[in-house]
Design a protein around this ligand. Sequence first.
Ligand code: MGD
Ligand code: MGD
Ligand code: MO
Length: 787
Amino acid sequence: MSKTKHPDIDIKPDGHPNGHPSAENPDDLTGLHTGSIRHKAVGLPAIVSSFRHAIGEAGLTRGLKALAHVNQKGGYDCPSCAWPDPDDERSGFAEYCENGAKAIAEEATTKKLIPEFFQKHSVTELASLTDYHLGSQGRIAQPMYLPKDATHYQPISWDEAFSLIARHLNALSSPDEAVFYTSGRTSNEAAFLYQLFAREYGTNNLPDCSNMCHESSGVALGESLGLGKGSVTLDDLYQAEVIIIMGQNPGTNAPRMLTALQKAKHNGATIISVNPLPETGLMAFNNPQQVKGILGLATPLTDLYLPIKLNGDMALLQAIELLLWLEEEKAPGTVFDMDFIHQRTTGYEAFLQHLQQVSLPDLSEACGIPIADIGKAANIIKDKKKIIFCWAMGLTQHTNAVDSIKEIANLLLLKGSIGKPGAGTCPVRGHSNVQGDRTMGIWEKPTPKFLDSIEKVFGFQPPRKHGYDVVSAIRAMYEGRASVFFAMGGNFLSATPDTEYTAEALRRCRLTVQVSTKLNRSHLVHGEEALILPCLARSDRDFTGDREQFVSCENSMGVVQSSKGVLQPVSSHLLSEPAIVCHLAKATLKARPGATKVNWDAYLQDYDFIRDAIESTIPGFDHYNKRVREPGGFYLPNAPREGKFNTPDGKAQFNIASPATIALEPGQLMMMTIRSHDQFNTTIYGLDDRYRGVFNERRVIFLNQEDMHQQGLQPRDIVDIYNDYGGTRRIAHRFVVIPYPIPRQCAATYYPETNVLVPIDSVAQKSNTPVSKLILIRLQKSSTPLP
Ligand SMILES: Nc1nc2c(c(=O)[nH]1)N[C@H]1C(S)=C(S)[C@@H](COP(=O)(O)OP(=O)(O)OC[C@H]3O[C@@H](n4cnc5c(=O)[nH]c(N)nc54)[C@H](O)[C@@H]3O)O[C@H]1N2
Ligand SMILES: Nc1nc2c(c(=O)[nH]1)N[C@H]1C(S)=C(S)[C@@H](COP(=O)(O)OP(=O)(O)OC[C@H]3O[C@@H](n4cnc5c(=O)[nH]c(N)nc54)[C@H](O)[C@@H]3O)O[C@H]1N2
Ligand SMILES: [Mo]
């Protein structure tokens, strides 16, 4: 086993004004450098960057081994995004991207946190580190415990840790006082067991990162098309005539999608990008898997770029629909697919009536796109049938997100562009198994059918009452209705809205437990007692039950595949996530009358037994153990893909909605919180955002030059950002102003530094997703100047 030196870190002395470890990232500025915005993504710098990260963290042999097996048939699933792997040809070595390599380096590191590290540094001291520094300390190497009123974490045995949690859980007056959070890296096997345990214990309090991510897509697609998942496959993308990418930055967040777009483009597709920012990967792409890409010859990807105002998407879509209808009026039956509309949809007449009342100039004003450019988009779409919409957080994290996504469905329905090759919906999922976790039952609102199935297979009565999602869980903890918080991965404190409010919610818990690979702020802002349980990561070999195990994941297009780690774990004290759940369940449920109906010991021996249980419970997993072993895995059933809509009347539903009117007061701006090129959510790989020309600083705010002028701001001024939603003042201190091509009245900062500004009660209708892409802010020059 490798020796670990104490990391050399600059830790500030103890002492926080209110006696708590800080909930927010320290507001130290790191020294901004700027460069020009990149016009094309990937290519040689990305290859260099991948290797630097992987080898720098993990060492040469380990780094290369980790990279050689990622996303290969029989290898492991990249822990970064949920973009699918090609069904047939996979490039021999490089079926990963720069940011996948960073994610692998992050977990394959040989640095580890031994008990002396926690003995040396108090929780308050650790909280003075930025997220970047926290994450770079290394892998957590054994279970750690923070007793009541203690200042330092101390080692604890696994047995003691499980009995402590069991004691707390069994002392609650109702199982609904416990919250079981899941982040989207959890495997199918772990997720299935985790929800099974929560339900046998007695609660549906299963919030997950999806509540903050694609929940709006799930709700919208479920109601419009009868299935809360996307309908297309990679093959459809290759065949599409038009691909419209809205509110997504694939160059950074799903880089392998660029390869698919390049192929689509090569086959003749026209690409329309709708984004307030001219994101580098959308504009052009150097494929690192092709010689000409390495040499720097880029494929232009976007044919029409529409720099939309924040939340202008519904207005834009309706404007396009209106123009299409005007064309349809001129030559009936040539633009809309009337057969499809009559046979497969409901609500067309009412929809049309509504459409006839909208005003094109108003819509153009609302989305900030000139009518002429809207016309270009309508023209591209007019004669086409093979149309695909791709989207991500730029659509889902808005108040009216569900209706905006339903507007996408409306447009596809008008064109009959769903359930046929080359056409359909493509919500690009975030975490690598977030979609699988939901399929496995990680959901606070399980369907009666799912619960019936659990009851039938396992013989206990799962609770029927719906549980808490992320936002309602935070409220419940804040208000004392929940007091044990258990997280299967993730970084709840930093990923959720209203950091100070959430911090207080967690502090009011009796016990907070984090199953984690790396240190993060959720370990430092904790309940009365706290535990950190270190687990194996995706790239680690798993010898649970003394035999080598593998797990499985579902990607963004509904393909289930096996994932088997290849690296020697950094510590012998790590447990797999499925094993952690089994031990937790055994410890907690054994004290109860009738104990447990589930054979947890079998699952600890062989994960094939878990997959058998999944097969018995969840449709679509027939012969799971056999099919998951086939190279490339298998597709789950997807009705909309076949043109079938499992809605109450069996038809796809047109939806009627109107764009929101956002009245800004003088000096107010709309701010979105986005990801840099050097982070995975709250895990910060580095301080650069190469494509946007920002180096060595994350505390930046991108502003339109005219807005800067109006507010009397110069480049590199330092501002404090204010939000006063609901009468509560929220402040994020010290951000460096950067002029950027962004529409008037719009601003952008990085998540999670500005989560402190996202109001807990500003949520999307129906999906309850925090509104992270439109925060009303004001700026004030900071009294503390640049260092
Ligand atoms: N390397 C890396 N990969 C990742 C992640 C990561 O952090 N790093 N995170 C993963 C996760 S969990 C997720 S959910 C995905 C996130 O992937 P993305 O959704 O691409 O992530 P964001 O950075 O939030 O980018 C939102 C994009 O929407 C645009 N946008 C914001 N508001 C609007 C709007 O109102 N309308 C329109 N049309 N556009 C808008 C922004 O300019 C930005 O380009 O990526 C996943 N993959
Ligand atoms: N303002 C703002 N807030 C947002 C967003 C935004 O765009 N803007 N995006 C939202 C979105 S889309 C999402 S998905 C959420 C993300 O929310 P989360 O999923 O909760 O957060 P992550 O940052 O992905 O979690 C990182 C932590 O997971 C742990 N980890 C990593 N790998 C593993 C593993 O294999 N097993 C276990 N057990 N733990 C592991 C590590 O300890 C690491 O510190 O954030 C949301 N919050
Ligand atoms: Mo996400």
